[in-house]
Design a protein around this ligand. Structure first.
Ligand code: KIV
Ligand code: ZN
Length: 498
């Protein structure tokens, strides 16, 4: 029997810190339930003191989920710990995750403090958290750049104070795999009482080494890994859950395994990508669109003779089923419901009827309905409460002529119209919107997600608009890419605070 590695999923905390990826509480519950079905051991549900939204999400996730431990993040501050304990009150299994920066630069510039004082604060926070819960995890922020000898002193002190898990984050993604592995080994060899706590990895991907560092940590004694779905997270992201789970499944010689129900990996990846409006890069390991696509002649020939020639993972083992029922205009509600269920989406009969109606309209326009399309349709009502809605859009464009757009907006029940010319159809349409919404806003980023399955595919647009010193993120999806762009722009405007 393999040794067990605990999976600590932080998609809903570190992952959700990505600008533009914020989820509402209902969406977070949906992801948390999917993570439970996936088999994660711990769900980091939020940082309760940071906002009422995070506080509420931790409460609701605690109520909705049964098996995984629910974890709440805090700083080494009593108020944070009080609020986290309150937010966790409904959790069946609960953990407080508290900590402080331990690298010299954090001690000097962030805290204007000393090494000794940081140890005192760390110990006090752990003791304080233990007054509320039996399971306390301590993080030594920027442990990756913390001198090993001092780090060992911090870790020894917090274990004595009652920490049950000690997290060694490579916060800046700086470490080399050998260096990170050696750091974990140093702690195993030099910390008195290390056997009383589980060592956890928490690696960021700034230099593309998050997964390699995590595995190095595991090979040297870590028995919990902190990961996110699709590797999302601050800057270049965190270690990807799916990569660690599949590395351990593929490399049986490591003889350490997780509780991950691997066929749920792909549906979970699609759900998180869709809800967070965060596309997965096509060549992303395990869950990217091309992860199992053999295109060169030599590879295709080999795979046709025997899949083992070029495939180390059976796509079905991670939930990618090429033989899944194809959804077309002739598919019934039951087939749609079945596919939604496979993607981890449950809905009332009333909502299913509405999604089915939209599905039929889309199926009339394009022949292959992808999982992404289904997820976009399932989330289409995210905009129902928007006070600005696109009523119609007409665009003429071509080569050698300026584009012209005319459109109608419904703003809180009132109808407005405008027309404008531009360098291209999107430029013209956005200028028309700006004629109606007279605010000083600047389009900062405009991404059209690759249309992969033919010219009739649904185009997805992500936009970033700056207004009044704040950044707002919007999303639009439509078979008409100009309409998707205008929808994304209007989605941003609907989020303006004033
Ligand atoms: O990267 C990091 O150091 C963190 C801690 C708050 C755990 O996310
Ligand atoms: Zn982090």
């Amino acid at each position: 029997m393999s040794e067990r590695l605990f999976i600590f999923d932080t998609t809903l905390r570190d992952g959700e810190q990505v600008p533009g990826c914020q989820l509402n509480t209902v969406e977070k519950i949906q992801v948390a339930k999917q993570l439970e079905a996936l088999g994660v051991d711990v769900i980091e549900a939020g940082f309760p003191v940071s906002s009422p939204g995070d506080f509420n999400s931790v409460i609701e996730i605690s109520k909705a989920v049964t098996w995984p431990t629910i974890c709440a993040l805090t700083r080494a501050v009593e108020k944070d710990i009080d609020v986290a304990a309150e937010a966790l009150k409904f959790a069946k299994h609960k953990r407080i995750h508290t900590g402080i920066g331990t690298s010299d630069s954090h001690i000097k510039y962030k805290f204007n403090s000393t090494r000794e004082e940081i140890i005192e604060r760390a110990v006090a926070a752990v003791k304080y958290a233990r007054r509320y819960v039996d399971d306390v995890e301590f993080y030594a922020e920027d442990a990756g750049r913390t001198e090993n000898e001092y780090l060992a002193r911090v870790i020894e002190a917090v274990i004595k104070a009652g920490a049950t898990v000690v997290n060694i984050p490579d916060t800046t993604g700086y470490c080399l795999p050998e260096e990170y592995g050696a750091k974990i080994k140093y702690l195993v060899d030099h910390v008195d009482g290390i056997d009383k706590a589980v060592i956890s990895t928490h690696c960021h991907n700034d230099l593309g080494m998050a997964t390699a560092n995590t595995i190095a940590g595991v090979l040297n004694g870590a028995r919990q890994v902190e990961v996110t779905i699709n590797g999302i997270g601050e800057r270049a992201g965190n270690t990807a859950l799916e990569e660690v789970a599949m590395i351990l499944r593929c490399h049986k010689s490591i003889d350490i395994d997780t509780n991950i129900n691997t066929p749920k990996i792909y549906p979970t990846s699609r759900m998180v990508s869709s809800l967070m409006n965060m596309p997965v890069q096509p060549n992303k390991a395990i869950v990217g669109r091309n992860a199992f696509a053999h295109s060169s002649g030599i590879h295709q020939d080999g795979v046709l003779k025997n899949v083992q020639t070029y495939e180390i993972i059976n796509p079905k083992d991670v939930g990618i089923d090429d033989n899944a029922i194809v959804l077309t205009a002739r598919s019934g509600r039951a087939a749609l419901k079945h596919r939604l269920h496979a993607l981890g989406v449950e809905m009332t009969q009333e909502k299913l009827d509405k999604v089915y109606e939209d599905f039929l309209k889309l199926a009339d326009k394009k022949k292959d309905i992808t999982d992404d399309d289904i997820l976009v349709l399932a989330g289409a009502d995210r905009n129902v409460n928007h006070h600005i809605k696109l009523e119609y859009l007409q665009v003429t464009s071509g080569v050698g002529v300026r584009s012209v757009a005319s459109l109608g907006l419904n703003i809180s029940g009132e109808h407005f119209e405008a027309a404008a010319t531009g360098n291209g159809p999107v430029d013209a349409a956005i200028k028309a919107v700006k004629q109606i919404i007279r605010r000083q806003m600047t389009l900062k980023e405009f991404t059209i997600q690759a249309i992969s399955k033919g010219s009739d595919d649904v185009g997805k647009v992500h936009m970033q608009v700056e207004y009044d010193g704040q950044m707002y993120y919007g999303f639009g999806a439509n078979t008409d890419i100009i309409a998707a762009s205008v929808e994304a722009y209007i989605d941003c405007i609907n989020k303006f605070r004033k």
